[in-house]
Design a protein around this ligand. Structure first.
Ligand SMILES: C[S@@+](CC[C@H](N)C(=O)[O-])C[C@H]1O[C@@H](n2cnc3c(N)ncnc32)[C@H](O)[C@@H]1O
Length: 417
């Protein structure tokens, strides 16, 4: 957004601050005492007054007391906790504008890092509210909620608008469990079944029959032990079934997860030999096996790999092998007879050994999936001399928050083929 500074008249006596742009966490950037200052829920071009500016080593954090010049993009946020909660960061603009801001922000990140990609497409979420299949809550002194932005102070909530209805129904029931302190995770699958994971030092009695009256309860896990039912449920993506244990990773948005599976499948050639690193319970592994000649999946988490092996059986897919272990060790043993590599690392990005393995071998195609644009561009920078970035899909799996999923399609440069 171009700011017309000539027309902006600020009253310096009122300590007005001009928001210049957004940072990667979608916080407004301004300058106070010549120091970069972040302002949550502020938009580019706005002028705000703050009476609360916290001074950190390298930056300040300011909160909004009053907005003296509002952005035309600003709308009233739906969620009553938005101004304090650390979860969402874009509920003060409508969905279409939130996508535009994310798109611009990502383009800018590519530009700063000198990463060329002519083809960047943003993929929308079908339901921008009510999409999350998992939430993690804190309980402090009988209050249940999330942490406030950049703090460990709790904000008590009755409902989370970006979570699925089945999760909010569960939240209502948890309030009656009378837990004083602890953590709770609620997971809900494609069929709205619930897995409830509780960690607390309090002695608690859970009335399962009462919970079952209100919820499709599949299991309760208390302090890592099954208290009721099962410690897993089944998920479904594009007609494949996945067993998912309470400890195993599964993407939090089933709608965009299905789209991501389709994008990856479209970029796999028939008869490809695929290696899926960081494969979780085998979602990309088993989906791509429908088209590829063979797929090898590698995953560190024992529960995920147990699920993946089971998922191979349930879906009767035979051209797949799974290996449990750290990618940095497995890549040394697995050989290099692959033409397509899928990588979907945790937020920290690729580890050194895996990066070296990918750079040493001339794999024809690398499909990089990432939920952290910062480590993604660091990794893309390593590949950009050998690979053309044919396309990047920015997938809005985490609507109204600053997070995204990215799928980058990298093709080996012709002279290296
Ligand atoms: C972002 S998740 C992706 C999982 C899967 N591709 C999916 O979409 O469901 C990253 C996965 O990497 C696994 N992981 C983390 N560090 C690892 C490592 N060093 N080696 C192998 N897997 C690792 C995690 O357990 C997690 O399942």
């Amino acid at each position: 957004m171009d700011l017309n500074y000539d027309k902006i008249i600020m009253d310096v006596n009122k300590m007005e601050l001009l928001i210049e742009k957004l940072n990667n966490q979608m916080e407004g950037i301004t300058y106070y005492n010549n120091k970069i200052t972040f302002v949550k829920n502020a938009l580019p071009g706005e002028i705000i007054i703050s009476d609360n500016i916290k001074n950190y080593n390298k930056y300040n954090v300011a909160t909004i007391k009053e907005i003296t010049k509002k952005s035309p993009l600003r709308i009233k946020n739906k969620c009553p906790y938005f101004n304090e909660c650390g979860g969402c960061s874009l509920q003060h603009v409508d969905y279409k504008n939130s996508l535009n801001l994310k798109y611009e922000n990502f383009l800018n990140l590519l530009k700063i890092n000198k990463i060329k990609c002519e083809n960047l497409e943003i993929i929308k979420n079908k339901n921008s509210f009510g999409y999350r299949n998992k939430i993690e809550l804190k309980i402090k002194n009988f209050q249940i909620g999330f942490y406030k932005n950049r703090s460990h102070e709790l904000i008590e909530i009755d409902k989370c608008l970006i979570a699925k209805k089945s999760i909010n129904d569960c939240l209502v029931q948890i309030k009656s469990l009378n837990i004083k302190n602890g953590d709770i995770e609620i997971r809900s699958n494609y069929n709205d079944e619930i897995l409830l994971i509780i960690n607390t030092l309090d002695k608690i009695e859970i009335n399962i029959n009462n919970l079952k009256k209100h919820l499709k309860l599949v299991g309760v896990i208390l302090n890592d032990k099954i208290y009721y039912g099962d410690n897993f449920f089944y998920e479904m993506l594009n007609n494949l079934i996945f067993k998912v244990s309470y400890k195993s990773f599964f993407q939090i948005n089933n709608y965009t997860n299905e789209l991501m599976q389709k994008i990856v499948l479209n970029n796999i050639s028939k008869n490809a030999k695929v290696l899926d690193l960081y494969c979780g319970v085998g979602t990309f592994t088993l989906n791509t096996a429908l088209k590829a000649k063979s797929v090898y999946g590698v995953e560190l988490s024992v529960s995920s790999i147990e699920n993946a092996l089971k998922n191979k059986k349930i879906n009767k897919i035979n051209n797949v092998e799974f290996f449990q272990g750290d990618t940095s060790k497995i890549v040394n043993k697995i050989g290099n007879d692959f033409d397509t590599i899928i990588i979907d690392p945790p937020r920290s990005g690729l580890n050194k050994k895996t990066r070296e393995y990918l750079l040493e071998n001339n794999f024809k195609k690398i499909i990089c999936i990432s939920c952290n644009p910062i480590t993604l561009v660091r990794d893309l920078n390593e590949f950009k001399n050998k690979y053309n970035i044919e396309k990047i899909y920015l997938v809005d799996s985490f609507s109204y928050t600053f997070h995204n999923e990215c799928i980058c399609i990298l093709n080996l440069k012709e002279k290296l083929c």
